[in-house]
Every structure is written in C-alpha cells, then in structure tokens.
Design a binder for this molecule. Structure first.
Ligand code: PHB
Length: 391
C-alpha cells in the first residue's frame, strides 16, 4: 500500500517536472505561438485581412522568424462581435495555449481581449482597435498598440476643421466605443480651435441605414460633418452622402478610416475628401516605398493603414524578442524592450508612450483617385493623454 502511494507520488512529481520543463522549453525554443484574433467576416473583414497580411510580410522579411524563433499562427474570426469576444479569446489563450495575442479591429472586442490578457498575463499587441481605455485606465505592461487611440485622429481633425473656419459641426457614427471616442476627440480639437459640435448623430453598429440621419443633416445645414465609419460601412456612408448631394454643400471630414482601404469601392463619391490619419499612401520615403512595393508583390493589392499597423505590430514584437534572444520567460525585459523600441514604420519613425500607445505625427490627407495623398502634418508627435493610466 505504502509503496504504491510512494510510487504514485514520485510519478506525479515526475509529471510535474516534465510539465514545467515543457513550459520552459516552449518559452525559449521551438516556434512562438501567435494567436491572430481578427475579423475575417462582416463589415471589417477587409481590415482583418490587411492586418494579417502586413504582420506576415514583416515576419517573412525576417526569414520567417522573430527573435530567432519560428512563428506558428493560430487564427480566430472574431466577427467584430463583442458578445462572443471572451469565448473567442479564450480559444486562443486556453485551448491553443498561444504565447502572444495579436488583435483586433473592433474596440468593443478589443476591450474584452485586454481584460482576458490582463487576467491571464498573456502578451497582447493591438494592431488597430483604438479604445482609449486600453491605454488609459486599463493600461498594463503586457499590452501595447501599434495603431492609435480613437482620440488621436479625431482630435487632429477637430484642430484642422477649426482652422478652416468651421464654427458649427455635426458628427455621425456608430454608437460604440470607437465612434463615440473619435467624435469626442474631434469635439475637443474643434473647441480648442474656435468651433463647436451642435449635434451628435448615431446608429447601432454595423447598421448602414443612413437616410433619416442624412435628412437631418440636410435640414440643419452645419458648416461641416465629421463621420467615423470604416470598412464596408464607410464605403456605403461616403456613397450615400454624395448621392444625397450633401458633398456639394457641406464638407465631410473624418479620421482617415473613412477613406482607407475603401477608395476603389467609393470611386467618385470620395474624391477630394480631407481626412486625418497617422499614414498617407504616397509618403515618399524609402521605407514606405519599399513596404508598398513588397506588399503589392506579395498580395496583389495596395497597402493601406491596416496593413501598416499589422506590419508594425510584428516589428514591435520582433524588436522585443530580439532583446531577449527569443526567450519568452524573460518577460519583464521583453515587455520593457517592446515599449522602448523606435518603430521604423512605413508611416515614419515613432515611439510608444509609457501607456504603450504610439506617439506619432497625424497627417492631413486628400483623396486623389485611389490614393490618400499627404497634404501636411496636422499635429506633430501627438500623444494620447492616456487619462487614468498608472504605470
Ligand atoms: C475600432 O473599433 O476601434 C476601430 C474600427 C475600425 C477602424 C478604426 C477603429 O478603422
């Protein structure tokens, strides 16, 4: 009896040691498991695809390795559905046991991912979703973003609109974190430069029944309209705005998402539109030219801001991994190196704030043909205020 018990406990100890050895081995050798949680269906599907393409392009340029280690991908379609987000992220964390989460596009889904990443202490690199809270009150050492906060491009557009003499503006967006935070940023910038927002119009995500709201805009005749939409919804909104004839009398402004990755589908309706964003297609730098060429060859399509953000997510992770020779168990050094990196982005070099969000130039762009062309720097080295972040 005693011997059996002894045998069992030594077997258990051996198993525990083997498991610990396995974890250790996974931390420093073999492929790094990357969990891509992105929208592969719905209104943001094209954005998810561009992010994955950009991420893979950078990895391929490094010979398929980051920090000297092969990369193994695991994928989940999050459908931009916040109600499924916790289950979806747990598939990657608990079922697939990934080392790093990369995602996502939709702020509501990203908020659930950030909570899960914090609870499980999993590394998270966000290649789009701008939810202010993630690098605000929820900020954490294991979370960084390669993109923007919703506040950043909105604030810059508000400043530009005020300087153009806009006194009374209306906003229109989907009623969720990205839309409301983007329009809040715009309102703050506009107030700072002499104007104000007279009315905020919203509809539920991802609805595209804009007619009643366009009728209200036509009746109120503001000096300008600021709209946050993206992906398929942005295509429909910009076309409906032009079809109603509003683009002839009331300038339509927005963060660059309104016209990024969408221009072939928007066609004439988007021409000459002004937007603000941390990227412009024709930035004439060796870095951007080489990136766009490599992307076009690899994917037979034009790069856009989402592709850039995916590419830079891989760069940030890669630079962190390089600093620890691919050893994930050196977690503190890894996260510190990711935060300290100067990202050599196609958008221009940028750094990360203490909260883990890009500090970056926001450009004013104008639509010409199928391109968002650089016009000027709207706000230089803009840092999100990161209200509520204690790190
Ligand atoms: C967001 O939900 O944060 C979001 C989605 C699409 C964009 C930008 C932001 O293009």
């Amino acid at each position: 009896m005693r011997t059996t018990r002894n045998l069992l406990s030594s077997a258990a100890a051996l198993l525990a040691a083997l498991a610990a050895f396995g974890v250790q081995a996974q931390a420093s050798s073999g492929p790094i498991k990357i969990g891509l949680m992105l929208p592969y269906s719905g209104t943001y599907a094209a954005l998810g695809a561009a992010i994955e393409n950009g991420f893979r392009l950078y990895v391929q340029e490094q010979g398929g390795k980051l920090g000297g280690r092969e990369i193994e991908y695991f994928k989940v379609d999050d459908e931009s559905d916040p109600s499924k987000a916790t289950d979806n992220v747990n598939k990657l964390i608990k079922r697939d046991n990934v080392d790093v989460l990369v995602g996502t596009v939709h702020s509501g889904v990203a908020l659930a991912m950030a909570k899960a990443a914090k609870d499980n202490n999993t590394l998270l690199v966000i290649p789009n979703a701008g939810a202010d809270a993630i690098t605000g009150p929820m900020c954490a050492a294991n979370i960084v973003r390669s993109s923007f906060t919703n506040w950043q491009p909105g604030y810059a557009m508000g400043i530009v609109a005020g300087h153009k003499g806009v006194k009374r503006a209306m906003t229109i967006t989907w009623n969720y974190a990205a839309g409301t935070e983007s329009t809040k940023g715009f309102t703050e910038g506009l107030e700072k430069s002499g104007g104000k927002v007279t009315k905020d119009l919203t509809l539920a995500f991802p609805n595209v029944e804009f007619q009643a709201l366009l009728t209200e805009i036509a009746a109120q005749k503001p000096d300008a309209v600021y709209a946050f939409f993206a992906g398929g919804g942005a295509v429909k909104f910009v076309k409906d705005y032009a079809a109603a004839g509003l683009n002839k009398t009331i300038p339509l402004y927005g963060p660059g998402f309104l016209t990024d990755g969408t221009l072939e589908a928007q066609g004439a309706a988007a021409q000459n539109m002004l937007t603000t964003l941390h990227y412009a297609d024709n930035l004439d730098t060796p870095r951007n030219n080489a990136f766009r060429k490599a992307y076009a060859i690899a994917y037979k399509s034009n790069a856009d801001v989402y592709a850039v953000q995916g590419y830079d997510a891989a760069q940030i992770l890669g630079n962190g991994l390089k600093a620890v020779n691919g050893d994930l168990s050196r977690r503190d050094q890894l996260t510190a190196a990711m935060r300290k990196t100067v990202v050599d982005s196609p958008r221009g070099k940028f750094t990360l704030s203490a909260a883990g969000n890009p500090v970056q130039d926001i450009y004013l762009r104008e639509v010409k043909g199928n391109y968002n062309e650089f016009r000027s720097v709207a706000v230089k080295a803009l840092a999100d205020p990161a209200r509520g972040c204690k790190l």
